[in-house]
Design a binder for this molecule. Structure first.
Ligand code: SF4
Length: 344
């Protein structure tokens, strides 16, 4: 069993980072085709998504989470693809909610089905949601999701989440220069009087399909300036060490906003996140090129919790990831996993 210290029950990785968050992808499918994540050209009608029998069952996901709690995991985030496409997801939420030691269960969604599902998810034990919304202008939004899905339906979903108490509702907007950067101030104006925390995400070179170029990135500093020119901002302290977003409040006290700057201000030094794919591979970085198969361990040997925990502890203890710190022309074409497969 790798070395641990009293302060952190979890084994520390090579860079002294504890394991605290587990992001769980429950499907590689999505009903949107956002070009920065799942471009239509690469994920067309003939794309071979994961067959059902390769997906981890809810019980297997529960076993992995149970194995991670003694290692320090306290927060879970359900992701996809689009997690609400996974049938009866509320049963998984109920199962995870019942696991001792889990303090927070969140879900990241494109919001397309949230209006219908918000109450059931809340009743099942979900704490909060993060909704991806890259534009308020309907035409821009339809182009950003590339399936002509109307923005009004996602705004309805955000409203339902607020009503059902899945709060704080966070809204994430990925900004790409020349595509939706004209939406930055409009989004800020729209959400600042709502119980919503708006976060702007720098466009990233995730996966291998989005044709990422540095010149398409709008740096967080520039986004900040654009907003502050009209709506003055002041910094607020992070909620906890390793929080990805840098937090600000409007100087007039009407709301909070954040910036996630993986490109211009990497935060790898405090990254305590692991990611589990829907077919049971553990990844230690969003930009990883390979994962660690846990599914075979579970299915072959009937999920021996101690062996599972030891395997995860060993994976984490060897972790040395810091992709955003080493991003360069040389790393751009690495065979990185797709974000639609591993979730954000
Ligand atoms: S690039 Fe990898 S190590 Fe760095 S913050 Fe992102 S997930 Fe963590």
């Amino acid at each position: 069993m790798p070395a641990v210290n009293a302060a952190h029950p979890s084994p520390l990785d090579v860079r002294g980072r504890p394991l605290r968050d587990l992001r769980i992808s429950v499907t590689d499918r999505c009903n949107f085709r956002c070009p920065y994540c799942m471009p239509k050209e690469a994920f067309g009608r003939d794309f071979a998504f994961m067959p059902r029998d390769e997906l981890l069952h809810f019980g297997e996901i529960g076993s992995i989470v149970k194995a991670c709690v003694p290692l320090g995991v306290r927060k879970l985030r359900l992701t996809g693809g689009e997690p609400l496409l996974r049938k009866e997801l509320e049963w998984l939420v109920r199962g995870l909610r019942a696991i001792d030691g889990i303090e927070d269960i969140a879900l990241t969604t494109n919001g397309s089905m949230l209006a219908q599902k918000a109450r059931l998810l809340k009743e099942s034990g979900l704490d909060r949601v993060t909704v991806s919304l890259d534009a308020l202008d309907d035409e821009t939004f339809r182009a950003m999701n590339d399936v002509r899905f109307p923005v009004s339906r996602v705004l309805e979903g955000i409203g339902a989440a607020i009503e059902e108490g899945l709060t704080p509702v966070k809204v994430n907007a990925v900004i790409k220069r020349g595509q939706n950067d004209d939406q930055i101030v409009e989004l800020a104006r729209h959400f600042r009087d709502q119980p919503v925390i708006l976060r702007f995400i720098e466009y990233m070179d995730v996966g291998t399909q989005n044709g990422w170029r540095l010149e398409d990135v709008v740096p967080a500093g520039e986004m900040f300036q654009r907003i502050a020119a009209e709506l003055p901002l002041e910094p607020i302290a992070p909620n906890y060490p390793g929080e990805v977003a840098r937090r600000f409040r409007y100087a007039d006290g009407r709301g909070e906003i954040g910036f996630i700057s993986s490109v211009t201000k990497p935060f790898c030094s405090t990254c305590h996140r692991a990611r589990l794919s829907a077919d049971g591979k553990l990844y230690t970085c969003l930009f990883a090129t390979e994962g660690h198969d846990l599914q075979t361990l579970i299915r072959d040997e009937d999920a021996d919790p101690a062996r599972l925990r030891e395997a995860i502890a060993t994976i984490w203890a060897k972790r040395d990831d810091r992709y955003s710190e080493i991003r360069s022309d040389d790393t751009r074409d690495l065979p990185k996993i797709e974000m639609s497969y591993i979730g954000g």
